[in-house]
Design a protein around this ligand. Structure first.
Ligand SMILES: NC(=O)c1ccc[n+]([C@@H]2O[C@H](COP(=O)([O-])OP(=O)(O)OC[C@H]3O[C@@H](n4cnc5c(N)ncnc54)[C@H](OP(=O)(O)O)[C@@H]3O)[C@@H](O)[C@H]2O)c1
Length: 339
């Protein structure tokens, strides 16, 4: 019975071309004679991809716009933010303060730290702010750990935003100066890992906490990021670290998450991608942080800003070779501009 509907080569070889042409009609003609459970099953499997698409679109809409944000104070009364003097980190600091969370702000420039702290304090006079001077690319790793442990010893740090990140101008891998790529590895990967370990200890004792690691589309949305290979590789590490820690510490009440921004209109985006202003697909740091805070404590990996997730969805539809060629041409033209 089913043999008629299955045009295998052996059957086809036994049929004349005229018979082969009539096969689809013949399949349809036989449908009414099949048992109804079989028809229902076929219908279900036929619609499965459509159902999946509808379900994931509804889930995305709910997660992005309707899902209530977690009560961040329930994790602890303090948040520690690295790279808090500019861009996304500074925007996180302002908005967490508006939620009544006390802040430990880490940065490498004392004047900028004081300026940001004064701005936030004027806006949110009821919170406490501690500033910590720490250069992730210069200070010895042991001193970074001690600085953070000393600064947070008496505090209930419930939220850690591992935001600090650096990159370099578009260059082929062999052209990147040793000191430049070592700085990227130390800031984005080594010392971010150390801060995580230092802050995690207290969270484990209290059995609650949220860790947000800022990843990048360069490692996750596109299959490659030519001429920014070291940067993308460090962000790939951050993604995988976060996903494993998410599973490892979930049962300890600690929610680890990798957030994946695409372009955000910051100093970094201006330097490497000549992005000077925000647009629909390139949010301001404030708009990005607003969306990002709504996602804290949920999935292991997310793209919090709605237009970024649409871009990711479209990127998924394109062949990898096309994305590779596109990123390579962008990398080469940026390199030429910056030589
Ligand atoms: N902007 C984007 O389009 C984009 C896209 C994907 C991912 N990201 C990621 O988002 C995160 C934030 O990026 P952003 O665009 O906000 O960058 P940004 O505007 O350049 O700000 C970076 C922050 O990190 C601090 N910082 C840099 N090097 C440091 C060091 N050695 N020690 C301590 N602090 C240091 C900066 O301090 P100063 O104020 O002293 O410079 C600043 O506060 C990064 O992890 C980045 O990779 C950004």
């Amino acid at each position: 019975m089913m043999l008629i509907c299955k045009p295998t080569s052996s059957i086809c070889s036994r049929l004349s071309p005229k018979q082969t042409n009539t096969m689809p009609t013949s399949c349809i003609n036989h449908l009414p004679t099949q048992p109804s459970w079989l028809l229902l099953l076929l219908l279900f499997f036929g619609f499965l991809p459509i159902l999946k698409l509808i379900f994931s679109s509804l889930k995305w809409f709910y997660n992005t716009f309707l899902r209530p944000p977690k009560d961040l104070k329930a994790y602890g009364s303090w948040a520690l933010i690295t790279g808090a003097t500019d861009g996304i980190g500074k925007a996180f600091a302002h908005q967490l303060a508006q939620k009544g969370i006390n802040l430990v702000l880490l940065g490498r420039n004392f004047d900028k730290l004081e300026r940001v702290s004064d701005e936030i304090q004027a806006e949110s006079p009821n919170i406490k702010i501690k500033i910590v001077l720490c250069d992730f690319s210069r200070d010895a790793s042991t001193s970074i750990i001690k600085t953070i442990e000393d600064a947070t010893n008496e505090l209930e740090v419930g939220v850690l935003i591992n935001n600090v990140g650096v990159t370099h101008q578009a260059r082929y891998f062999h052209e990147v100066d040793e000191r430049v790529w070592m700085d990227i590895v130390r800031v984005n990967l080594e010392n971010t890992t150390r801060v995580t370990r230092a802050v995690l200890k207290g969270m484990l004792k209290r059995k609650r906490g949220a860790i947000v690691n800022i990843g990048s589309a360069s490692a996750i949305v596109v299959p490659s990021h030519p001429l920014h290979a070291i940067y993308a590789a460090t962000k790939g590490y951050i993604d995988q670290l976060s996903r494993s820690l998410h599973v490892e510490y979930k049962h300890n009440g600690i929610d680890v998450q990798c957030q994946v921004p695409l372009y955000v209109a910051t100093k970094m985006a201006s330097k490497v991608a000549s992005i000077e202003k925000s647009s629909l697909f390139i949010p301001t740091p404030d708009n990005y942080a607003r969306a990002a805070i709504r996602h804290i404590g949920y999935e292991a990996r997310c793209t919090p800003y709605w237009a970024h997730s649409l871009q990711w969805c479209f990127a998924n539809l394109l062949p990898e070779a096309a994305l590779d060629a596109w990123r390579l041409s962008i990398g080469i033209s940026r390199r030429e501009k910056n030589l």
